[in-house]
Design a protein. Structure first.
Length: 239
């Protein structure tokens, strides 16, 4: 996606996250995030935003994690962190060098993309806690599928337990990816005949990969076990 579009998505989802978190009790459980309540979700995303802003400005990963002080309103603390992050993630500077955890992308644009997707998925988490989760933006979600496969799977070795070599195609409107997992290798075999095909909206597929949606909104042709192995591999490398 264009850096300016990513910046707009990040800003919109960050605001929607705060609005959703403010609608429910802080101890409300977050669906699909076992053991986490809304309070913990706000602290997590707010901490990630602040960590990345400090990472960019310092040129290295910080060794400490920020948390909301006891005498500060949690959502105020979150919004201040968002503002600091947006201040350093200028889309006009997306091509400029920046310290990142990805050897293949050492630019500010890496963080712009990563934070847009991080915030979008957690926006869904916050809204799900109130029972009113809206889908991801279609274009952002399609880019999110690509990020999950090429950044997360592509830069981490898939667990051997899930690497059986079967090719799984993921199809969303206008885009398709075919991936086969082998021990220590991720094969991006676009154009090959897949063993299993997963089809759905870009939001449904992206949220399924992130463990925020089930198979009920997808169409799976072929062996569902192959699709589930891919999903389990994603879960393993994304933590």
């Amino acid at each position: 996606m264009d850096p300016h579009a990513l910046a707009g998505a990040l800003r919109a989802d960050a605001e929607a996250f705060a609005a959703a978190a403010g609608l429910v009790p802080r101890d409300r459980p977050v669906p699909r995030c076992p053991g986490m309540a809304v309070d913990g979700l706000v602290r997590h995303l707010g901490g990630v935003h602040r960590l990345v802003a400090r990472w960019i400005t310092a040129g290295r990963r910080p060794t400490t994690w920020d948390d909301c002080p006891e005498d500060t309103d949690l959502l105020d603390w979150y919004r201040i962190g968002v503002a600091a992050l947006l201040a350093v993630l200028d889309p006009a500077r997306a091509a400029e060098p920046a310290a990142t955890w990805c050897a293949g992308d050492r630019t500010l644009g890496f963080w712009l993309r990563r934070m847009a997707h991080e915030t979008a998925v957690h926006r869904v988490d916050a809204q799900a806690a109130s029972g009113m989760a809206a889908p991801l933006d279609a274009r952002l979600a399609a880019d999110g599928v690509d990020e999950v496969l090429r950044l997360w799977l592509g830069t981490h070795q898939p667990p051997r337990a899930h690497a059986d070599g079967r090719a799984v195609a993921l199809r969303v409107p206008g885009r398709e990816w075919t991936v086969a997992l082998h021990p220590g290798v991720v094969d991006f075999c676009d154009g090959a005949d897949p063993d299993t095909v997963v089809t759905g909206s870009s939001s449904a597929v992206d949220l399924w990969l992130w463990g925020r949606a089930g198979e009920e909104d997808l169409s799976i042709e072929g062996d569902p076990a192959a699709a589930r192995a891919l999903r389990a591999a994603v879960a393993a490398v994304t933590g």
